[in-house]
Design a protein around this ligand. Structure first.
Ligand code: ADP
Length: 179
C-alpha cells in the first residue's frame, strides 16, 4: 500500500506522472500559488484551453492536456475556502481528491500527483487537510489494485513533515484496526 503512496518535497510542475493536479479557482482562468506555477510551466496554450471549459464548481474536477509539462495531463480541481470548519469544507476537500482520481481512472491514467489543495491562500489547516488527502488516497488504492502511484508533492519542509507524520498515524491506526 504505502509503496503506492509517495510523499515528496518539491515542485509539482516538475513531476513525471500521468497527471498533475492543479488547485485552481472556479474560473479556471489561472491565479497565484500552485495554479500560477502550473500555468507558467504549461505555457499559454493552457489558458486558451481553460477558457473553453466554463469554469469548475468547488469539489469538482476537469481535465486538460499538460501542454509543455512532463505530465501528459492536468486535472484542475477547486478546493473549498476554509471558513472555520462548519461549512462542509472537509467533504468538499475529499470530493476534490475523489473526483480528480475518478477522472484519472476514466482516462486510463495510472499515476497522479497532488499539491496540498486549499492549504495556501484558501487557508485550510494543513494537518486536517493532509488527513483527508491521505485517507481518500488510501481508500481508493485499497479497492483499485492496478493504479500505480499517488504522489503528494509538498512545497516546503513543514508540509512535508506534516504529511509524513499523518501517514504514520493513519498506518498505525489501520494496523490496530486489523489486528
Ligand atoms: P489554494 O488556493 O487551494 O489554497 P495555493 O496555490 O495557494 O492553493 O496553495 C496550495 C498549496 O500548494 C500550498 O500548500 C502551497 O504551498 C503549495 N504550492 C505552491 N506552489 C507549488 C508548487 N509549485 N508545487 C507544489 N505545491 C505548491
Amino acid at each position: 500500500m504505502s509503496e503506492r503512496i509517495r510523499i515528496l518535497r518539491g515542485d509539482i510542475t516538475q513531476q513525471k506522472v500521468d497527471a498533475i493536479v492543479n488547485a485552481a479557482n472556479t474560473s479556471l482562468l489561472g491565479g497565484g500559488g500552485v495554479d500560477g506555477a502550473i500555468h507558467s510551466a504549461a505555457g499559454p496554450e493552457l489558458l486558451e484551453y481553460c477558457k473553453t471549459l466554463g469554469g469548475c464548481l468547488t469539489g469538482h474536477a476537469k481535465i486538460t492536456p499538460g501542454f509543455r509539462l512532463k505530465a501528459k495531463y492536468i486535472i484542475h480541481t477547486v478546493g473549498p475556502v476554509w471558513r472555520g470548519g462548519n461549512y462542509n469544507e472537509d467533504e468538499l476537500l475529499a470530493n476534490c481528491y475523489k473526483n480528480s482520481i475518478r477522472l484519472a481512472v476514466k482516462n486510463k491514467l495510472k499515476s497522479i500527483a497532488f499539491p496540498a489543495i486549499s492549504t495556501g491562500v484558501y487557508g485550510f489547516p494543513l494537518e486536517r487537510a493532509s488527513g483527508i488527502a491521505l485517507n481518500t488516497a488510501m481508500e481508493f488504492l485499497n479497492v483499485d489494485e492496478s493504479f500505480e502511484k499517488i504522489v503528494f508533492v509538498c512545497f516546503d519542509d513543514r508540509a512535508f513533515n506534516i504529511y509524513n507524520q499523518t501517514l504514520k498515524e493513519i498506518t498505525e491506526i489501520n494496523k490496530t484496526d486489523n489486528s
